[in-house]
Design a protein around this ligand. Sequence first.
Ligand code: FAD
Ligand code: SF4
Length: 450
Amino acid sequence: MADGLYADGIAAGRLSGEDYEKNFADLHPPLDGHEARVEADRCYFCYDAPCMTACPTSIDIPLFIRQIATGNTLGSAKTIFDQNILGGMCARVCPTETLCEEACVREAAEGKPVQIGRLQRYATDAAMHVGRQFFGRGEETGKTVAIVGAGPAGLACAHRLAMHGHTVTIFEAREKSGGLNEFGIAAYKTPDGFAQAEVDYVTAIGGITIEHGRALGGDVSLAELARDHDAVFLGMGLAGVNALNAVGEDADGVENAVDYIAHLRQASDLASLPVGRRVVVIGGGMTAIDAAVQARLLGAEEVTICYRRGQEQMNASAFEQDLAASKGVTIRHWLQPKRVLAEGGNVTGIELEYTALSGGKLSGTGETLTLAADQVFKAIGQTFDAAALNGSGAAITLDGGRIQVDGEGRTSMPNVWAGGDCIAGGDDLTVSAVAQGRDAAESIHRVLAG
Ligand SMILES: Cc1cc2nc3c(=O)[nH]c(=O)nc-3n(C[C@H](O)[C@H](O)[C@H](O)COP(=O)(O)OP(=O)(O)OC[C@H]3O[C@@H](n4cnc5c(N)ncnc54)[C@H](O)[C@@H]3O)c2cc1C
Ligand code: SF4
């Protein structure tokens, strides 16, 4: 057994340094210039392009692809950044198979869409590599805006406000910016410190100060922010995690998938990260897939995802499910956790109950199955932690546990807007958070400009 063993079956350093490097390399390596032009030539440059409608940030996709095809790569990057200043990250993490590429006419015609995401990465990487900025800070308006959270929603909002000349202060609870781009997205989607490079690129416009280690609800209150600024934008994401509701879930070896992934993303040496030999992941979304795949890549021998409904109901896309399968992860359906088994306080397995739909309602069948496991990840959804808003003066209305906003992104509190994962009715994607941050900034600007 390798050094770093801290519980039976959970050990660090399962692989060689070479294997870690290979396993966590870029999932989709960048296109080179020739590949990019060949791919760009496949675009039909459709009038009323359906891909544009399918992109939550409405990037002018046919235009940016035409610009690549004609050798105007920096012009192409500007077209992307016009709509989506985090276009570099979105190019890496968007589930394009359910967004722009699903709508591509070539997908319908021949099952092989234009690789819009990879082309977007080609153009944005080129601009960021040479540090080319396309947007200057607008003339100072003297108005100040407080933003809570330096994730995709907060950063997109801050950049657009700076373009309009407002002065922005971001209050970020963590010591680093980027939100889930830095702490959540799978390591193989955004290697080589890209998340921080993008934060630097976005804030280089000027007029944006980020105060790290400053949490709403602890270090500052919403009432103070609203009093001291002309407007406030809440882009706080989801800080809570759902419980398994299984007996014994506090055993050692049962962990929140999101916390584990955050450790992984911040680890300077992947070999220092302990992982089980037999890992069970409970959940059916992107987090479950990411936890399972990364556990495998860290050297776990058996990784099983258990989801309480069928394959069609999984939130993870078909591409993500195939990726997990290709890495040797087993996905089992119609199973819900019942009891965590432990010995000496350490998890040894999990008892699951089969589920079935009856009259449209999901319930346990009474039949059970036990899987041996020395590590169990909970990935059954995150929740908005409204406690940070408590004591903040005028109440913020919630809807289904998240912040309610109107079509402009305004909350129920005057001069307070919100966007990203923390608002009700979203789809919990990076690109949607960017769109909502950007649009809220436009709404704030309209109000501040009178
Ligand atoms: C494991 C995982 C993998 C994912 N993979 C993908 C993917 O591949 N593709 C994709 O499109 N989407 C993915 N997502 C979803 C995507 O990351 C989110 O939709 C997106 O990050 C939301 O952006 P946001 O700005 O709303 O929130 P966040 O990114 O969560 O940022 C919120 C920020 O607010 C800060 N904050 C929170 N509370 C406070 C407070 N009280 N005071 C001050 N600051 C605070 C946080 O520290 C954080 O920096 C994934 C999510 C997870 C959990
Ligand atoms: S931002 Fe995402 S959805 Fe929009 S065009 Fe780019 S890859 Fe597609």
